[in-house]
Structure formats: structure tokens, C-alpha cells
Design a protein around this ligand. Structure first.
Ligand code: ATP
Ligand code: MG
Length: 161
């Protein structure tokens, strides 16, 4: 299905706004373009960003910042979710996309999840010929980047929708 990502990501950010305010985290979105089209299921794509933004809010302390940026290159579409949280230590990074894997400090929190969100997100994005990258600096923050192949505007057609 043709899905417009700027609006989709915008809705996710909007739905987390109250939670962000409650936690005194500044949550905002930046779109480098007015609209980008990808070929994915909108509902499942929404779940990917609910997990990424939810993680960013969950693991970022009060006073921090969560930024969601949508941009496109000639080949692909990128959505970056960056936070000013504790970061993820290098030894944990290779495992965070594994099912049920949670970094110890996160595990000990009451506000814990199952450790499934990133595994599901990765499977879904890869099934659409995309990928998820992570860049983290302990003590400074983490960025998750969802990269999806671009498609032309729906009016251009041709994809057989
Ligand atoms: P679930 O998503 O199933 O509710 P979860 O959030 O713990 O649970 P994942 O979303 O798969 O699971 O994330 C796996 C682990 O990666 C987390 O438990 C946490 O340790 C670490 N992690 C994920 N996102 C961040 C982040 N933005 N900052 C710091 N650590 C993170
Ligand atoms: Mg999660």
C-alpha cells in the first residue's frame, strides 16, 4: 500500500505529546519535505514508530529532548528518532534487536516492556527492503534511523497499486 510518511509520523508524535509533557521532555518533529511516499502497511509502520518514539521517551530522563526527523535522499526515505537519554553501551548494541533482549538498567525499571519492540520493528522494516540503524553515544543519547526505499508520488503510478 502507498503510505505517506510525514503525516503518519506526525500523528505518532502528536499522540505522544501529552506523555512527553508529563515527563517534561520536549518532543518535536522536523520534516525536510512536505510528503514522502513508501510502500508499506500503514498500521504496522505506525507500530514501528510507536515503539521507537515510546522507547525514546521511556529511556530519556526528564528535561531531555526527543526529535523525529523525516527526510529523503535520491534513493531512500529516512526517519530518525533521536533522544538525549543514557545511550546504549557498545557491548549491548549488537543485541538490542534480539527478541526479549533488554539492557540491564532497562530491565530493572518498573516501566519495562517485553523487549520485543525493536525485534518486530526490524523484521517489518527488512521485509520491506529497508533497514534500521542505530547510533548511540553513552551519556549523550541514541538515534534510530529507519531507512526505506523511496517510491514515486502515487500519481506517478506504475507500481500497480
Ligand atoms: P517493548 O518494546 O517490548 O515494550 P522494550 O522497549 O524494552 O520492550 P525494545 O523496544 O525491543 O524493548 O528495546 C530493547 C532494549 O533496547 C530496551 O529494553 C532498552 O534496554 C534498549 N533501548 C531501546 N531504545 C532505547 C533508547 N532510545 N535509549 C536507551 N536504550 C534503549
Ligand atoms: Mg520498546
Amino acid at each position: 500500500r502507498t503510505t505517506e510518511l510525514v503525516a503518519l509520523v506526525g500523528r505518532v508524535v502528536e499522540n505522544f505529546q501529552i506523555e512527553a509533557e508529563e515527563r517534561t521532555i520536549r518532543l518535536f518533529m522536523e520534516a525536510a519535505v512536505p510528503a514522502v511516499y513508501v510502500w508499506v502497511d500503514a498500521h504496522r509502520m505506525t507500530q514501528v514508530f510507536v515503539n521507537l518514539v515510546g522507547n525514546a521517551l521511556r529511556y530519556t530522563p526528564a528535561g531531555g529532548e526527543v526529535k523525529v526527523r523525516v527526510e529523503e535522499t535520491p534513493q531512500d526515505v529516512r526517519v530518525t528518532v533521536s533522544d538525549t537519554g543514557p545511550g546504549i553501551a557498545a557491548e549491548h548494541l549488537p543485541h538490542i534487536f534480539d527478541r526479549f533482549y533488554r539492557v540491564e538498567e532497562a530491565r530493572s525499571r518498573e516501566s519495562g516492556g517485553m523487549g520485543l519492540g525493536l525485534a518486530i520493528a526490524k523484521e517489518f522494516v527488512e521485509a520491506h527492503r529497508g533497514r534500521i540503524e542505530v547510533v548511540s553515544r553513552p551519556g549523550q543519547g541514541t538515534s534510530f534511523i529507519v531507512v526505506l526505499p523511496r517510491m514515486d508520488t502515487p500519481a506517478a503510478g506504475g507500481a500497480g497499486s
